[in-house]
Design a protein around this ligand. Sequence first.
Ligand code: HEM
Length: 549
Amino acid sequence: MFSSGPGLAIDPTWVLGSCKGILIGRELKVEHEKSSRVNNVRETIQRCAMVVLELVAQIPLPLMLFGVASLLYVLYLFSSTPGCAKCPPGPRPLPLLGNLLHLDLTRFNICTHELSKKYGSVFTVHLGPKKVVIVTGYKAVKQVLLSPSEFQEKDMLVIFREMFHGQGVLFANGKSWKAMKHFCLGSLRNFGMGKAAGEEVIIKECNHFIEVLEKFKGEPFDVELLDASVSNIICTILFGDRFDDADPTLREMLAYLKQTIDLISSAEIQLHSVFPWLSWCGGLLLRNRSEALKNYRFCTEKMKVLVGQFKDTFSPQDCRGIVDDFLLQQLKESDQPSSYFSNGNLLGIIRDMFVAGTETTYISLVWGLILMAKYPDIQDRVQEELSQVIGHREPRLKDQKNLPYTNAVIHEIQRFGSPISMITRTTSFDVTFQGYLIEKGTKTLLSLESVLRDEDEWETPHSFNPGHFLDEKGCFTRRDALLNFSVGHRACPGESLAKMELFLFFTFLLQRFRFSPPPGVSQDALDLNPVACFIKKPSTHRLCARTSA
Ligand code: HEM
C-alpha cells in the first residue's frame, strides 16, 4: 500500500549517506542466500555497484545533479506519451522515474485529490516504471470493491510478500485466504463479536484503562498508553486471557509493531517496492528493510513460543479462544494433506488479528480523544447526553440507540480519523472500468480517504461535523459513504468488534473524564494533520484527563 507514506521521493541526503556508508567499507550482508550460484552473481553485482558508486562519489554534487536533471529532461522530451488510448488518463511520466518527481508522496492523499480534479475519478500514475491506476470517490471505489471478479486479488508491497509468504488473511490471496477468512469470521463470532462475553471483555479493559488514567490525577498522559488496553481485547479473544500491561511479550510485540509500521512507511521501503531489484544490493542500501525483516523474525519467534505453550495445554473440550479453535480445526483435518490449517497459517492468523485488531482501533480512539479536546462544545454535548441517559451506571451496548448525538460523534470520528486511507487491488484479467481499459495485473489503489472526504457525499467533508450523522430531528442516521471498513469480499472481518470497542471505550472515558490539551497548548494549536505514515496517525501525543464533576 502506498497510503500517506512519506514517500518515494528520493532524499539526496539519504542517497549520499548510503554512498558514504559504502565507501567507508561497511561489510556486505547478503540476505536470503539460496544457492551459491545466486550468491556469486549477487556478489559480482555488489562489487560492480561499489565501483560505480565510488566513481559517482568523485563527481562534484552540483555537476551530478545537473547531469541527471539534463538526462531526464532530454529523455522526457523524446519520450512518447505511454499507455494506450483506452487506458485511464494521467500525468505524462518520465522514463524510469515515471511520475515520482511530480508526486509529493508525503502528501499522497492531497496529491490524489488534486489529480482526480484534473483527470477524473479513475486515472493513471507511474510509480517508477510501474503503472498504477488510482480510483477515487465513493461511487467509483464502491464499484471496484463490489465487482464480482474483476478486482479480486490484493496487491502487496514487496516487503509484505517477503515477510508473510501469503499466510494468514491480511496479506494473502486465493484459496488459502478464502479458507482463513471464513475461519476468522466464524471464530470471531464465537469468541468476541455480538456476544455478551465480548462486551464483558471490552468493559474489563475500559475499567482497567480508567484506573491507569486516574493515576495521572489530571496531569498530561501519553495517548499511546491506550494501545495495551485495546490490544488486550484481541489478545483475550485469541488466547483466552489478557496480558499484564507490563508483560514483556506484550510490550515487545507492541513496540515492534509500532517500529515496523514506521519502517514500512520509510522512503527506502517505498522505493524498494518500486524498484525491487534494490534488494540485490543486500542490506547496505536498504537498512530499514533489513530492520523490518529482523523485527518480523523476532515477533515470529515470540509467537512460536506462545503457540508451543498452547499446544502443550490444548484440550479439544475446552477452547479458550481463537488459537484453540484453530488447533481444533487442525486436529479435525489432520488426515487431509491439502488442509489450509497449517502451522504457518496459525502464525499468520495470530499476527493479522494482533496487528489489525490493535493499531486501527487504538488510532481511531486516539483521534476521538484529540477531537474532543479540540472541540470542547462537542465534548460538552456528549457529556450532557451521557449524564441524562446513563447517569452514573456503566454504559452498555444497548444504550447506543438512546444516545443519538454521542453515536453521531463516534461515527464522525471514524470518518474524520479513519486509520486506513488506501487499499490495493490488482486486476485478474483485462477489465473495462468506467469506459477505460485496465490491463491484467495492474496495481489499483483505492483511496478510502477520498470516499470519506467526497464533496458529493458529505456536506462539510474537510471539517469535523457530527451533523453528518444526524437528521433534521436530531436522530442518528447512517451514511452509505462511510466505507472505513471497506465492503465486498475483502471487507474487514473485525468491523463489529471494532464498533463495540469504539462505543464502549468512548462512552466509558467521556462519562468519567474531561479531555483537554496539556498546559501551555491551546485548543487551536492541537494539530489535526496526520503524521505522514503508512497508517493515518495523529501527531499529538499528550492530553490531560480530569475527572468529570
Ligand atoms: C476502527 C477499526 C478498524 C478499521 C477502520 C478497519 C479497517 C479495515 C480495512 C479498511 C480493511 C481492508 C479491507 C480491504 O482491503 O478491502 C481491513 C481488513 C482487515 N481487518 Fe480491519 N479494521 C478495523 C479493526 C479490525 C479489528 C478489530 C480486527 C480483528 C479482529 C480487524 C481485522 C482485519 C482483518 C483480518 C482484515 C483482512 C481482511 C481480508 O483481507 O480479507 N480489523 N480492516
